[in-house]
Design a protein around this ligand. Sequence first.
Ligand code: IMP
Ligand code: MG
Length: 186
Amino acid sequence: MTLVESDITKLTGGQKLSEIVFDAETIAARVRELGDEITEHYASGDLLVLGLLKGSFIFLADLVRTIDRPHQVDFLVASSYGSGTTSSGDVRLLYDPATRLEGKHILLVEDIVDSGNTINRLTKLLKKREPGSLEICALLDKRIASKLELEPRFLGFEAPKKFLVGYGLDHAENFRHLPFIGVIDE
Ligand code: IMP
Ligand code: MG
């Protein structure tokens, strides 16, 4: 499906995008590959896929349908950004998964790694729950993080160092529904 400019402005309410970085077909193909990698990696044991809300909700929904082995799904809600486009460095946990983590393979699913703050804080926190293993699956990585506690074992794409929206990613809660990932014209 090719989106013309009028389709895009209809979706965004007039906001212009300077670039579409990953179109829907490219994302779908990569998500399928990630699902296969994940299925292969977890040959045995209980797997719990933990989606970090809200940014990962579309990615997570597509990803779990490509993981061809039994698993459970739960969520974490952390907040690291206000309405701006730069990290505040503060990560708060607003929802803690009700599911037991002890002894399970935990796969934390993130939309994008930027400063790495979120991953670093959550990794420390989740390790305390004594999971059988802990890995990260991130759709995008901006490669801005200097040091990560845990490198994503599963990574969708290396992303440009620009502010991206769509496919779950927002700017002040807008644009999450876009079926592609683009850069807003600021
Ligand atoms: P970090 O803690 O700086 O790595 O930021 C991670 C979180 O910030 C992600 O889970 C996103 O919710 C948000 N974020 C970082 N970069 C972008 C972006 O380009 N667009 C939208 N959200 C972003
Ligand atoms: Mg966000």
